[in-house]
Write a protein that binds this ligand. Sequence first.
Ligand SMILES: NC(=O)c1ccc[n+]([C@@H]2O[C@H](COP(=O)([O-])OP(=O)(O)OC[C@H]3O[C@@H](n4cnc5c(N)ncnc54)[C@H](O)[C@@H]3O)[C@@H](O)[C@H]2O)c1
Ligand SMILES: O=C(O)C(=O)C[C@]1(C(=O)O)C=C[C@@H](O)C=C1
Length: 305
Amino acid sequence: MIRYKRVALIGLGLIASSISHAIRRTGLPVEIHGYARSEATRTEAARLGLATIFETAGEAVEGADLVILCVPVGAMGGVAQEIAPHLAPGATVSDVGSVKRAVIDAVQPHLPEGVEFIPGHPLAGTEHSGPGSGFATLFDNRWCLLTPLPESAPAAVEALTGFWQALGARVDRMEPDHHDLVLAVTSHVPHLIAYTMVGVADHLRRVTEQEVINYSAAGFRDFTRIAASDPTMWRDVFLNNREATLDVLGRFTEELFALQRAIRLGDGEHLHAYFTRTRAIRRGIIDAGQDTAAPDFGRLASAKG
Ligand SMILES: NC(=O)c1ccc[n+]([C@@H]2O[C@H](COP(=O)([O-])OP(=O)(O)OC[C@H]3O[C@@H](n4cnc5c(N)ncnc54)[C@H](O)[C@@H]3O)[C@@H](O)[C@H]2O)c1
Ligand SMILES: O=C(O)C(=O)C[C@]1(C(=O)O)C=C[C@@H](O)C=C1
C-alpha cells in the first residue's frame, strides 16, 4: 500500500526510473517529481514521462511526503544539503544506496528536525544505467533492506515498508554496519572479482589475440556483464564501504592462496573437499527458495567471526 501522495526522486537513473515505472504500475494516483544533475538526463527523463521534472533538487522535493535519493553513494551528502531547506515538515527521506553507514553519516547531519530519515537498499539492479534503463518489474520478489535509525518513528518505517511492498519487493530490516558487511560478501567483493577477472582476460587477450573474446565460456560472460556496471557507482561503493570490503577481500585472498597451493602441490583432496562445500552452499540457497536475489543473512552473520 502506498500512503504517499507525492514522491520526489533525486537522480534519475536505473533505480529511480524503475521506481517510477513500478509506482505507475500500481495504478495509484501518486504524483512523481524528479530531478537529475545533468540537463541531458532531465530531458531524457521528461521525454520518457518518468516524472514532472524540475530544474533544481530543492524545487523537486517541495511538498513531497517521500523523497528518495537515487544518486551514487558519494553524491548523497551534497544532495541532502541541497534539499534540506525545501523539505516539507513530516516528510520521509530515504535512499537506495548500495552502502548504508557512509550514507547515514553523510546525509543525517543535513536534515532538519521533524523529517524522518529511513535509509534503504533494494537488492535489485542490472549492469545498465540512465533513465532509459529502468523497468517496472525490477523489484518484483527482490529484497529491499531498510536500515532505520534508533529514533525512526515506527509509523514512518511501516509506511516505507508498504511502499516497497507495493512495488513488488520483500522488505527486511537490518542494522547499517551489518548491512555493509553482508553486502561486501554478496555484492561488493564479487563485483571486484569480476572487474579483476575481466581485466586479466584483457591483458591475456594481447597474448591470445581474439580467442578470449571469441570463445568466452558462460562463466566469463557472466563476469563481463557484471564488469560492465557503472564505474561511478562502483567507485563510490568501494570508497564508502572500505572496512568491510577490505576485511572480506583479506579472507578471499587467504582462500585463494590456499587453493593456489593445492593446485601447485597436486592436492586433489583439498580441491574436491572445497568444491563440495561450495556446491552445498549453492544448493542450500536454492532449497531455501533464495536463488533469485536473497542472500542467506543468517549464514553470513555466523560466518563473520
Ligand atoms: N545499479 C544497480 O544495480 C543498483 C542496485 C541497487 C542500488 N543501487 C544504488 O542506487 C543508486 C543509483 O544507482 P543507479 O544504478 O540508478 O545509477 P545511474 O547511474 O543509472 O543513475 C544515477 C543518477 O544520479 C544522477 N546524479 C549523479 N550525481 C548527482 C548529483 N550530485 N545530483 C543529482 N543527480 C546526480 C545521474 O545524473 C543519474 O541520473 C546508487 O547509490 C547505487 O549504489 C544501484
Ligand atoms: O544484477 C546486477 O547486475 C547487480 O549487480 C545488482 C546488485 C547485486 O550485486 O546484486 C548490485 C548492486 C546493488 O547494490 C544491488 C544489486
